[in-house]
Design a protein around this ligand. Structure first.
Ligand code: GDP
Ligand code: MN
Length: 422
């Protein structure tokens, strides 16, 4: 067998192709199937709203820049059921809390229930803040988690409430990001690529069972299902930890494609990368921590989904690395052979040619359709490879420096809107 393959192509080429296929096939196959399912069926909440009180938790750390904007946004909720806002501050060192105080004094009737502010004496990270909030929330509540730097529509709580009406087997719901990026860099096509790879998977997974990947910027879950359990504070994927915890209890964790939140993508390249690496690391930790589920003999859809995602997040990046190294070595070898008139199988020439061509496609990126996809894919992989590096060189993933360029963009755009309203 080896002799046969060897006669057809150099081992470097075989490694390039083999590792490449093992890395990409599981993702493409999964995405393809999930996309098909998401087009064939749709998840819709019932019409009946829940009777449970809703507590909207807003964890903040040094959000003075945008907190007014966020309070304005939350005050627009049209929900008529019982709900209240709980702000969790972890020893902010800026003017955030004073600004909140002033805002509440200026807008005494903004919320039907007076918002509560709980303070942690020390900053221990967002996940710790979520745990702290759980300590203060009654078991019968529905908890909504949302971030300071996103905007949601006035209908969000109505929609969330409908997911938890009586008889529902939904334990947790995640909102869907609507990323807003720099309009000068063809934001719409970016959005399209993102949707295709990310959201299609989440929706499909939710339809067949549950999705293990949630968005902390807007999510909701049943407080009683968590009970006395708490999230692992040493990692940062608080959102996806909740998704898996709820699913473990037997209820479903789903993505709602119509529960949208708007978020600005950091325009600063370094910030954006650091943020993606941090988030990817949280997911890697999560899949590793829950390996009992994907390794279990009990064959259900959810363990299949977890296994696939574990492969995609933990193993694929290593395979891509191997494949790329083999590719460059193989291209070099082939060029050397051509220059020195050494004969070789046709397959080697074809492979080296196709590989060189894809490098060109990659470099052209923005201008051709497949180039964009290839760039998006390889960016994702390089982020996951970075996570491995990050692990080696220290770095605490649970406490981070918030990105500022997305907050500046949010602020800037709201000023423009206000200006045009006048
Ligand atoms: P990203 O969207 O993943 O980049 O995360 P952000 O930096 O936007 O943080 C998400 C939310 O968690 C924001 O509302 C932050 O203010 C908040 N946050 C981050 N770290 C802490 C913390 O240590 N304590 C509290 N209470 N909130 C935090
Ligand atoms: Mn954010």
């Amino acid at each position: 067998m080896f002799v046969l393959v060897h006669a057809m192509i150099d081992p470097l080429g075989a490694i390039q192709i083999g590792a490449g296929l093992l890395a990409t096939f599981p993702l493409i196959d999964h995405w393809w199937r999930m996309r098909r399912i998401s087009r064939w069926r749709k998840l819709e909440p019932g019409n009946e709203k829940t009777d449970s009180p809703i507590v909207v938790v807003l964890p903040i750390w040094n959000e003075e820049k945008i907190i007014r904007l966020r309070l304005d946004n939350l005050a627009q909720q049209q929900y008529t059921g019982h709900w209240s806002l709980m702000i969790v501050d972890s020893a902010s060192t800026d003017q955030g809390l004073q600004i909140i105080d002033t805002w509440l004094n200026e807008n005494p009737n903004a919320f039907s229930n007076a918002p509560s502010i709980v303070r942690m004496p020390q900053r221990l990270g967002k996940t710790a803040a979520v745990n702290f909030a759980l300590d203060h929330i009654d078991l019968e509540s529905i908890v909504v988690l949302t971030d300071a730097d996103v905007l949601i529509s006035p209908d969000s709580l109505n929609r969330i409430s409908r997911w938890f009406g009586s008889g529902s087997d939904i334990g947790a719901v995640s909102g869907t990001p609507y990323p807003i990026s720099d309009p000068l860099t063809s934001a719409e096509r970016n959005e399209e690529t993102y949707r295709r790879f990310y959201i299609d998977q989440r929706i499909g997974e939710s339809i067949i069972d549950s999705t293990p990947i949630f968005e902390g910027s807007l999510l909701a879950f049943r407080r009683d299902v968590i009970g006395n359990n708490r999230l692992d504070m040493t990692t940062n994927a608080d959102d996806s930890q909740i998704a898996i915890m709820i699913r473990r209890s037997g209820l479903k964790s789903i993505f709602d494609s119509e529960l949208i939140f708007h978020e600005y993508i950091p325009t600063d390249f370094v910030e954006n990368n650091r943020r993606s690496i941090r988030r990817a690391r949280g997911l890697q930790n999560l899949f590793w921590m829950n390996r009992d589920l994907w390794l279990s003999q009990k064959e259900d859809q959810f363990s299949r989904i977890l296994r696939r995602q574990a492969w995609i997040h933990l193993i694929s990046p290593v395979l891509v690395m191997i494949s790329l190294v083999a590719m460059f070595a193989h291209i070099g070898l082939t060029m050397f052979r051509i220059q020195n008139g050494i004969s070789m199988p046709l397959a080697d020439i074809v492979l080296a040619f196709v590989s060189s061509f894809s490098i060109v496609v990659f470099l052209m990126g923005d201008w051709i359709p497949f180039g964009r996809t290839l760039q998006a894919y390889l960016r994702g992989q390089s982020i996951l490879m970075h996570v491995y590096l990050d692990r080696i060189i220290r770095r605490n993933a649970a406490i981070w420096e918030p990105t500022q360029s997305n907050r500046d963009a949010l602020l800037e755009s709201s000023k423009k809107k206000k200006g045009s309203d006048l």
